[in-house]
Design a protein around this ligand. Sequence first.
Ligand SMILES: Nc1ncnc2c1ncn2[C@@H]1O[C@H](COP(=O)(O)OP(=O)(O)O)[C@@H](O)[C@H]1O
Ligand SMILES: [Mg+2]
Length: 276
Amino acid sequence: MLRHQDDAPAPAPEPLIELKGVDKTFGPVKALSGLSARVGRGEFVTVVGPSGCGKSTLFNIVAGLEEPDPGGALRFEGRSCHAADLLGRVSFMPQRDLLLPWRTVIDNAILALEIEGRPRKEARAEALRMLPEFGLAGFEAQYPHQLSGGMRQRVALMRTFLFERDLMLLDEPFGALDALTRTLMQRWLLDVWQRHRRTILFITHDVDEAIFLGDRVLVMTARPGAVKLEQRIDLPRPRRPDLVTAPEFIRLKRTLLEAIEEESLKSFQIAEEKIR
Ligand SMILES: Nc1ncnc2c1ncn2[C@@H]1O[C@H](COP(=O)(O)OP(=O)(O)O)[C@@H](O)[C@H]1O
Ligand SMILES: [Mg+2]
């Protein structure tokens, strides 16, 4: 067996999902062009990019909700597949939390299990056991309108966790939260992730969030979206809250911000040309 030297980088985990040269067109709009990315088993990969660059489109393809244009390649667990094959193999939380207002916390949490055909009683019992970990103990009978924004997001996250799949997709789950709640939720999510050891693809437009959470950050170009930069984040885990002021963090942030600003400027210029 080959031995790795102590100073050699850790071997990359086996890829769970891979996209190669993926395009996606919506009528006249080219949303993605030649996008290639890979998420290793057990990895936490974050994706940042200017708004409208195709982040949610990427997410929808990996969730199996949209088929990419012909020509690109999609592989799951090493096997070539269509996006539609991923439906049901991936658990996802869309950009809007989509809690059903007429269902209680517990019944919102078990929605995906119910759709899958699990008996309601059994699903409820499992969700009840999970409530404390999600900071929702005692709130099982409440309705979404009775909860704070952070709690509603935790219900939506719990629903995603309960639907146990190898890959979890989270599309800007903390985007609508205030800054303090947001950092608390990030720390909490890392805690839960380390206990449950899932593979996560996490979309955000917040660079600090992308660095704080990720093993790797993918920066997307302006539309049509592709991966502009792939940055390893070798910051130690567990990540402590004061990490965001550490020199290595700031250095990474500068690199990523530069890449994103260049792209945001491009999308801004494209928009301006259209107005003129
Ligand atoms: N279903 C769709 N039909 C038509 N256009 C779409 C659709 N989904 C996304 N788009 C367009 O594709 C581009 C990328 O959108 P999106 O992936 O939502 O970007 P992001 O999530 O990065 O803000 C946008 O111009 C958007 O209007
Ligand atoms: Mg989006």
